[in-house]
Design a protein around this ligand. Structure first.
Ligand SMILES: Cc1cc2nc3c(=O)[nH]c(=O)nc-3n(C[C@H](O)[C@H](O)[C@H](O)COP(=O)(O)OP(=O)(O)OC[C@H]3O[C@@H](n4cnc5c(N)ncnc54)[C@H](O)[C@@H]3O)c2cc1C
Length: 497
């Protein structure tokens, strides 16, 4: 099989500008687009599912390693940069983005290259009372997102995107097109949360739609450090965030305002109207001081646009433009899971740390509800009962700023500071917030070493890592689908007598 040449972009001088344009199109993290970063020898954009099969066969024939990109949001750029393989090519699935919504059946097939925003829009086009519990950022690709779990504002009521998958179409390491029945339940388990780029190329997911009310309510209430003296509001949030009614999702977003103070924004979605929400808040979280004026009633799809960060009144078809509400930056992110409220003394130190980076953002996402009702081994994503909230640490900068090392050092210091307050043995992390620092300090630093993988494997998957390795060893024994943190095959053990 050959690549259709009109859909293949080479690094040669002649078409360098079009090559760069395609490479940069969905790459979310500018840190991996600098001149010094390795580049694919070519980029291929399949127009048909069979082209993906062809690309796997060609990759093997040409002995050119393959990377797969759906929405390009991998925090370590692993979908478009390889630090361990040269040469490598990029299969960009952005042209495979058909969505078929079947309201009668409460389900939909969505191809991997669709963004979450496109998918949400197509659901709402068919029904005002159906939705899907996936991410808050509209440009994330459904292909990579679901492979790592995928959480959003509906998670406390319905769980993760990966908890709501009914079937999948995938091309395996032999170039064969398989769906749930053909892949078997072990592999179907592994692809729903075991991380992208390890088991095959997902072409499409069949997902279960969930019910949403005609009217939902959104609010954002922001407090400075001074307005929450003694951290009374934040401490109460830690006590109630995972215990509130499942219809209410309140996350806390921390920003640094010019190194002078830290603001905490309580950003919420409630599956119901203002009146019902006010009753819940009066009962469970009066310390926030929410007023009716803070609350805006809207449809679920309007709430998607609002929570994605677009200005109020932005038409919902902005979701079809595959554009973000914010400018792209160079990014580094990390994650943690919190099982006991962080005491006041810990919060004071945490705010002091936040004040040291003027371009940081930290988000606390509440768990509980449905998240606590699903067992740790139901799918590979293990962060369930007992988690109060997840932390995302993020720092972002412009490449022209010349201070990347300072920001990266800051986020590592912040992560060290938080150690006493977060989960331990293992310290849990979210695979969709890919972090190549994990497992780095392991003594055996041979590339892709199994020992190192066991460290990040436990961080991301706890005991599920062992089952993932078994599945990987069975379905891809030659480790065709590999990257810096892909699931390894079982090592061949040598016994000395
Ligand atoms: C700005 C931003 C906002 C985010 N918001 C959220 C959020 O609200 N909720 C949340 O849960 N996460 C969120 N994330 C994390 C996001 O879910 C993950 O980065 C996810 O992996 C992105 O999927 P993608 O297809 O866009 O990324 P890609 O970079 O294309 O892929 C990510 C990984 O999956 C692999 N992969 C991609 N496509 C396929 C495929 N078709 N088959 C097999 N493997 C594949 C890639 O090789 C790579 O390893 C966010 C990330 C960013 C940068």
């Amino acid at each position: 099989m050959d690549f259709p040449l009109d859909k293949t972009f080479f690094t040669s001088e002649r078409n360098a500008s079009i090559f760069n344009k395609v490479l940069e199109s969905t790459a979310q993290n500018l840190r991996f687009l600098t001149r010094s970063m390795p580049k694919p020898v070519f980029i291929f954009k399949p127009l048909h599912e069979s082209h993906v099969q062809a690309s796997i066969i060609c990759s093997k024939k040409l002995r050119v390693h393959l990377r797969v990109r759906s929405g390009g949001h991998d925090y370590e750029g692993l979908s478009y940069v390889s630090h361990i393989e040269n040469p490598f090519m990029l299969i960009d699935l952005s042209k495979l983005r058909q969505v078929n919504v079947d309201i009668e059946d409460n389900s939909a097939w969505v191809q991997a290259g669709a963004t979450l925003g496109e998918f949400y829009y197509r659901i709402a086009e068919k029904s005002k009372v159906h939705g899907f519990p996936a991410g808050l950022c509209s440009t994330v690709g459904i292909g990579g997102h679901i492979t790592g779990g995928g959480y959003g504002t509906l998670m406390r009521k319905f769980g993760l995107a990966a908890d709501n998958v009914l079937d999948a179409k995938m091309v395996d390491a032999n170039g064969k097109l398989i769906s749930r029945t053909a892949m078997g339940e072990d592999l179907f388990w592994a692809i729903r949360g075991g991380g992208g780029g390890s088991f095959g190329v997902i072409l499409a997911w069949k997902i279960k739609l969930v019910p949403v009310p005609q009217t939902v309510t959104v609010f954002t209430v922001t407090k400075t450090l001074e307005q929450d003296s003694g951290n009374k509001i934040l401490s109460k949030w830690q006590l109630v965030a995972d215990k509130l009614v499942e219809e209410l999702f309140i996350r806390a977003i921390f920003n640094t305002a010019g190194n002078k103070t830290v603001t905490t924004s309580y950003n919420a979605l409630f599956l119901g109207n203002k009146g019902m929400l006010m009753n819940v808040m009066k009962e469970s979280f009066p310390e926030l001081g929410l007023t009716r004026k803070d609350c805006v009633e809207m449809s679920w799809i309007e709430s998607v646009v609002s929570i994605s960060g677009f200005p109020s009144g932005t038409p919902t078809n902005v979701l079809l433009q595959r554009k973000s509400s914010f400018a792209k930056l160079s990014l580094k992110a990390k994650s943690d899971f919190v099982k006991n409220p962080i005491p006041e003394s810990g919060l004071i130190g945490m705010f002091n740390m936040l004040l040291k980076d003027d371009s940081q953002m930290m988000i606390w996402t509440p768990y509980g509800g449905m998240m606590a009702q699903i067992s740790e081994s139901q799918i590979p994503f293990p962060h369930r009962k007992g988690v109060i909230f997840k932390i995302q640490y993020q720092t972002g900068w412009r490449e022209s700023e010349q201070r990347p090392i300072t920001h990266i050092k800051w986020i590592r210091d912040m992560y060290s500071y938080m150690m006493p307050y977060v989960s331990s043995n293992p310290r849990q992390a979210y695979v969709n917030y890919r972090d190549l620092d994990l497992g780095k300090n392991t003594k055996d630093d041979a590339e892709m070493s199994f020992k190192r993988a066991q460290v990040w494997g436990a961080n991301y998957f706890k005991d599920n890592f062992n089952r993932l390795v078994k599945v990987k060893s069975k379905v891809d024994p030659d480790n065709f689908f590999r990257h810096e943190q892909s699931i390894p095959t079982l090592p061949v053990l040598s016994f000395s007598s």
